[in-house]
Design a protein around this ligand. Structure first.
Ligand code: ZN
Length: 152
């Protein structure tokens, strides 16, 4: 005998069903012999098995990284800050550091003068404002980024 976790399609009831084999389940399901004990529908399917399959690719989870923490904030606020810092770190992994060239490079991408790619770097408030005025999609990073050439 084999046990399956089953789920009914209309209501999402979860229940267990015992079958002689995987094929026996498939056959009984096709013939409408498997019904939900909660609502009686025969529209049932195997529930996704745990452990869940990773959503995209087979990337390993990133190792935890130390996040900047602000002192004197309530614990909830600190948790939010840490989460944001992690999100930023994740986002920047896909992005190239261009340092002081940020304004120039973002413009070049915006006007199609070079291949588009995610970049991050430094810009003055004035530069950022000009970029936004030109319709270049830039956004301030909530947390300071250590330039790679200064990381050690
Ligand atoms: Zn049901």
């Amino acid at each position: 005998m084999i046990v399956f976790d089953l789920i009914c399609q209309p209501a999402g009831h979860c229940f267990e069903g015992w079958f002689a084999s995987s094929e026996a389940f498939a056959e009984q399901q096709q013939r409408g012999l498997v019904d939900c004990p909660h609502c009686g529908t025969t529209a049932v399917a195997k529930a996704p098995m745990a452990p869940a399959v990773p959503k995209k690719g087979n990337q390993l989870p990133a190792p935890p990284q130390p996040a900047p923490v602000a002192a004197g904030l309530p614990a909830e606020a600190q948790a939010v800050m840490e989460k944001l810092a992690k999100l930023q770190a994740e986002a920047l992994k896909q992005s190239r550091w261009v340092g002081d060239d940020f304004a120039e490079q973002s413009r070049a991408i915006h006007y199609g003068e070079r291949d588009a790619e995610p970049i991050h770097g430094k810009a003055t408030v004035q530069e950022a404002k000009e970029l936004l005025d030109e319709g270049v999609a830039v956004m301030p990073l909530p947390f300071p980024v250590v330039p790679p050439d200064q990381a050690n």
